[in-house]
Design a protein around this ligand. Structure first.
Ligand code: ADP
Length: 463
């Protein structure tokens, strides 16, 4: 009973039975009267009244004396007069206003509504001059004929109903199958998705509503799959990061532990030199932990920016001055060039200085003795750009996309010796992007590098 096809079949069958039942009721109620009217009107034609009555009127100019001539006619006509045998009928003639002129017994009375209903107009020269009707007697024969007729109609109706029920059942089956098949497929697919098969899709078929449900299902699985992929990527990233951090912490810790162990075992003397080595490693550890904390906070968007709108030039000049000593120590020519008339930029001065410092100290660190480092501040279509160019070793093309990744270091051991945690550029990127800017690098091995970042002038810079 709960199955869709059973319900649809029953509904169709019920409609068929109801329809046929209604036809039967109306036919039985209306057909008796209709049948009588039909018989009466056909009698008028059969008796030739449609010709004789106009002729009579045309001859006499009125209906006067009609009754006598009709009585004569009634006397000899084929079944004229009330109850005069099989198929007989009472002839009634009225004038144009509906007043009876024959039979004489009812002369002057008005035609009843029923009589008027079955009457036929008598027309002479295009004018209706009277009305004629033949009243059929409710004889047994008539009732029997009508009853026979009706019972035949009922028979046909019963057959038609049976056929309609059969057709309804078939239609119910076909339609139910059309609806339930895609629904069944949807249910199966949903169960598969529930156990993790997110690539499951269904055909968008069937009626519009069912196809819509299928489309919504497919959309849902696409979104689920994307969310799952993102979750997996985030999970991989997190795992990698934990592994990276563990690795980065282990190296200085191993050095510290090894040195201390050697001192304890009496292999190394307990002198200032050894203590300095251990101290340098702890300083590196401490810097690593500080950088990590800053990076994770920046990535989580938890460090608020102190944005003010000001020129970038003075920040760059200040940073260059602070690095002059370091440059001089390596005999590196360091110069800063700031273009005229640059627009003000919304920025966090401390974070921006941190980014410039990072790029400058990297440049100085990786540029060999006697090299050259220049900083330029220029305007560009989307804002102001700072470029730090050096005459260092440059970066291989395959490494370029990775220099801003956290913990990425070129020639790891060497870079680490130089004090790099591999986090400086990752942090710089976080800050620049937090201020709505972009950061990048152009470099070729042997031709030096140009690290740059740009900040937008638009007042909608993030902050
Ligand atoms: P680190 O603390 O190791 O310098 P960064 O994130 O600042 O970490 O830099 C990542 C890596 O990018 C460095 O290890 C280095 O290999 C490379 N790099 C950065 N700046 C330069 C530069 N100016 N010239 C050549 N290589 C550079």
């Amino acid at each position: 009973m709960n199955r869709l096809w059973v319900r649809l079949t029953l509904a169709f069958a019920l409609m068929a039975v109801l329809g046929a039942g209604m036809v039967a009721v109306f036919a039985n109620r209306g057909l008796g009267a209709q049948f009588q009217r039909y018989l009466g009107q056909s009698r008028i034609v059969e008796f030739g009244l449609q010709e004789t009555l106009p002729e009579y009127y045309a001859l006499h100019g009125s209906w006067a004396g009609l009754d006598e001539s009709l009585v004569v006619a009634r006397g000899r006509g084929p079944g004229f007069g009330a109850g005069q045998g099989r198929g007989g009928g009472e002839i009634i003639v009225a004038d144009a206003e509906g007043r009876i002129v024959s039979p004489a017994s009812r002369a002057g009375a008005a035609l009843s509504a029923a009589e008027r209903d079955i009457s036929v107009p008598i027309v002479v020269e295009g004018r209706t001059v009277g009305l004629a009707a033949v009243l059929m007697p409710s004889t047994l024969q008539f009732s029997a004929a009508a009853a026979l007729f009706l019972s035949e109609i009922n028979q046909v109706l019963i057959q038609a109903t049976a056929l309609a029920v059969l057709a309804g059942g078939l239609a119910g089956l076909v339609i139910a199958r059309g609806i339930s098949r895609p629904l069944g497929e949807l249910a199966t697919a949903a169960r598969r998705v529930a156990v993790g098969h997110l690539s499951e899709r269904v055909k968008e078929q069937g009626s519009e509503e069912v196809a819509n449900v299928a489309a919504a299902f497919n959309e849902m699985t696409v979104n689920l799959q994307q969310a799952d992929a993102q979750r997996r990527a985030a999970e991989t990233l997190r795992r990698n990061m934990v592994a990276d951090i563990a690795h980065e912490l282990r190296t200085p810790l191993t050095v510290i532990q090894g040195n201390l162990q050697a001192i304890l075992d009496g292999v190394y003397p307990l002198d200032l030199n050894e203590i300095e080595t251990v101290h340098a490693e702890t300083a590196m550890l401490s810097r690593l932990v500080t950088d990590l904390r800053e990076l994770s906070l920046a990535e989580a968007g938890q460090l608020a920016l102190n944005t003010t709108t000001r020129p970038l030039g003075p920040l760059v000049e200040g940073a260059a001055q602070r690095h002059a000593e370091m440059a001089a120590a390596k005999a590196i020519a360091l110069d800063a060039e700031i273009a005229e008339g640059l627009p003000l930029v919304p920025l966090d001065p401390d974070r921006t200085t941190q980014v410039i410092n990072n790029l400058l100290s990297n440049a100085l660190r990786y540029t060999p003795l006697g090299g050259r480092v220049s900083v330029a501040v220029t305007g560009n279509p989307d804002g102001v750009r700072v470029t730090v160019r050096d005459s260092g070793p440059g970066i291989a093309a395959e490494d370029l996309p990775r220099v801003f990744d956290r913990f990425w270091r070129g020639e790891k051991s060497r870079a680490r010796e130089k004090g790099g945690s591999g986090l400086g550029l990752a942090i710089a990127r976080q800050w620049v992007e937090a201020m709505g800017g972009r950061i990048g690098v152009e470099s070729r091995p042997g031709e030096g590098s140009a690290f740059w970042f740009s900040l937008p002038v638009a007042s909608d810079a993030k902050g």
